[in-house]
Design a binder for this molecule. Structure first.
Ligand code: CMP
Length: 143
């Protein structure tokens, strides 16, 4: 079964959007298998965003993701990686469709509320970076 890594960023937490954001993945039908609330260390932030290391916005990206607590999660389901990206919307909230998380709640590319893995390899890397194997709780929805 496919898995993806999602993290509600400090702006999502500060704006009290945690419940609203989680609700969208639950009601879609995906299965939550891991969740933690934590301040992100600089080391974790730099590893998580390693692919952006050379970008001009990298320092502000790390600064922001370490500025307050985030909600880190793993979700499971067929096609969850691509579907979660659709639910989240385009990276720049000004280009995100209404009905997506970023389209409904944001206007700033650096404050775009939530991160979602963009491909199977990224999901695997990010899940292993943020969670230990024993923190992933596999369960079967009965409904
Ligand atoms: P995220 O999906 O977490 O992955 C990389 C992040 O870089 C992206 O969301 C944006 O929040 C952030 N970012 C900040 N500035 C820019 C920019 N100018 N262009 C693209 N992404 C940016």
């Amino acid at each position: 079964m496919e898995r993806t890594f999602l993290a509600i960023k400090p702006d999502g937490v500060q704006r009290r959007l945690v419940g609203e954001i989680i609700r969208r993945f639950e009601t879609k039908g995906f299965t939550l298998i891991a969740l933690k609330f934590q301040k992100v260390s600089r080391e974790l932030a730099e590893q998580h965003y390693a692919v952006h290391r050379e970008r001009p916005f990298f320092p502000s990206l790390v600064e922001f993701i370490t500025s307050g607590p985030v909600v880190a999660m793993v979700w499971e389901g067929d096609g969850v990686i691509a579907s979660a990206r659709k639910i989240i919307g385009a990276t720049n909230p000004l280009n995100s469709e209404p009905g997506t998380i970023r389209g409904d709640f944001g206007i700033n590319v650096g404050r775009n509320l939530i991160h979602g893995s963009d491909a199977p390899e990224t999901a695997q890397y990010e899940i292993a970076l943020w969670f230990k194997d024993e923190e992933l709780v596999a369960w079967q929805p009965q409904l």
